[in-house]
Design a binder for this molecule. Sequence first.
Ligand SMILES: Cc1ncc(C[n+]2csc(CCOP(=O)(O)OP(=O)(O)O)c2C)c(N)n1
Ligand SMILES: CC(=O)[C@@H](O)[C@H](O)COP(=O)(O)O
Ligand SMILES: [Mg+2]
Length: 648
Amino acid sequence: MMIEPGPLLAAIASPDDLKKLTPEQLVQVSAELREFIIDTVSIYGGHFGASLGVVELTVALHYVFNTPYDQLVWDVGHQAYGHKILTGRRDRFPTNRRYGGMSGFPKMSESPYDAFGVGHSSTSIGAALGMSVASDYKKEFDRQHIAVIGDGSMTAGMSFEALNQAGSMNNNMIVVLNDNCMSIDPNVGALKEYLTDITTSRTYNKVRDELWNVLGKLSKFGPNPQQIARKVEAAMKATLLKQSNLFEALNFRYFGPVDGHDVQHLVAVLNDLKSIPGPKLLHCVTVKGKGYALAEKDQTLWHAPGLFDKITGEIYKKTPDKPQPPKYQDVFGHTLLELAQANDKIMGVTPAMPSGSSLNIMMAAMPERAFDVGIAEQHAVTFSAGMATQGLVPFCNIYSSFMQRGYDQMVHDVALQNLHVVFCLDRAGFAGADGPTHHGCYDLAYMRSIPNVVVSAPMNEQELRNLMYTAQLPENAGPFSIRYPRGEGVMPEWRTPLQRIAIGTGRVVREGEAGGVAILSIGHIGNYAVKATAALAAEGLDAGHYDMRFCKPLDEEMLLAIARRYRAIVTVEDGCLQGGFGSAVLEFLADQGQHVAVRRLGIPDRVVEHGTQDQLYKECGFDAEGIAAAVRELGKKVFATARETVVL
Ligand SMILES: Cc1ncc(C[n+]2csc(CCOP(=O)(O)OP(=O)(O)O)c2C)c(N)n1
Ligand SMILES: CC(=O)[C@@H](O)[C@H](O)COP(=O)(O)O
Ligand SMILES: [Mg+2]
């Protein structure tokens, strides 16, 4: 379906066209851009509230700066839809996040206007600083470097690491702090309190505004009233604000807070900042979801609402005629609360994903035992480790791809000290439309390389519950990782009794014909293996199937029995082929001197783009059809070799 842009927006093929507009027309083009985002996202889906909140900022930035020569770095990038639309991608916008279509995040390979690839948060200041150092080195002193970062993303250590370095240099960069008091859920922590304090420090703002007014009027008399104003303002900041300015203390020139929806004022301020050397921070106050009333009201729901009717605001839901399986995240959320009610040592931790992980269930019921620590994965791991030293059992829930941030903490703070922390890695495997930045490809590989860690993955809801139950038992008091994918499981009746699973044991799903092929799966993808064995059985091929449950320790007894019974093995995992489950099986068989043909299915050693999970499983050959094909092919090869051996 073709979405018609408004007349001003229709004439913009690049920021050069935007620059032809008068400052007065920027108000209208902002309204048209907002409308175009609402129209498109309602029909095609994607992130919503964040882009609406930065419409005016996006217009002002491209109006004032000479992009792409000036480098504009978006943090996370989920708010960059307006940027994409203004930089030559309006026609492709309906393909956003779809298989073969444009990415939902800035991507260097997609456009020269995307100065840096993103998806994970809190990288913008460091990347922009690196770019500014490169510009200085190349003597491109006229080049501007702008990082646009949200208040949520500012909470991460990485942001402060970059501010710390930038403040000690005199590089030309502007950090635009887009403060809407929201992460996906309400933003948390002392920094949020601090930003609110600056924003609402009315006395300070009023006196400051008056001062600038008076000095503005005096400008015809004085040699440099602005310099005087700055000095007086700095003195005021120290006295009138509750704390002295954090950013100024880090050697950034702090400007603001300004209304991030007043596009003309933004243009004026950004033009001023252009000529001020050194590191600067512009504090913009915006409303997430601006211009769409429902999104302004329930900002978490409208962060990424799915498809909706833009007139009524109804978010479309599937209305199935029979009970559906729950999302894995909800099984996690409810089961954790159930376990915590029985075991007072259990605590919950999430780095900024309370609703995405469903830890919000425990947070609502037991606020003193469940923590949102902000976008701070490293800290989430070490904070959990600290609690574990005192005999508590933290369940630290982190999306698989974000857990990459916490790897050293996992090794140094948890595993080396063999602490009892349970890691629940949500969104493991292909994440879908978010694409490569969010695919949880590597956790099986990176977790199994660390000593002391139990590495597991449930095939269904019951196994998730049982693994969570098992992980918190005192007999398993070490690091324990449980990974599961985005989306629904397979069991509508999922509230099964909690049962202990012996560590390192798999289970037989289907015993196949001796001398044939066995499929060894780990995790939810095993359900595709079930479909594959059913299809093969219909063709007369009786393949075995084993749900191994643990990548470490492996069920060695079961593996040896499988190696003796079958002539070939197909391993299946929704994870990278380098070093993951299939690699573990191969290593074990090789170490045991077992000669059995093995074919590994999983995520190949290349960047897999976005699409639905099913499209990506298919592309990589481990959907049900891909698994069945691998069994047929390997079976044929092995049997052919066997016949040749007999003939010889
Ligand atoms: C390292 C990392 N952790 C978590 C996330 C998930 N995430 C995406 S957007 C977001 C909220 C960001 O808040 P903010 O920067 O304030 O942007 P806003 O959505 O408010 O515009 C979070 C937690 C992420 N992308 N990267
Ligand atoms: C931009 C970002 O990182 C999040 O909004 C992410 O897209 C959430 O993913 P889920 O929808 O799987 O929670
Ligand atoms: Mg925010």
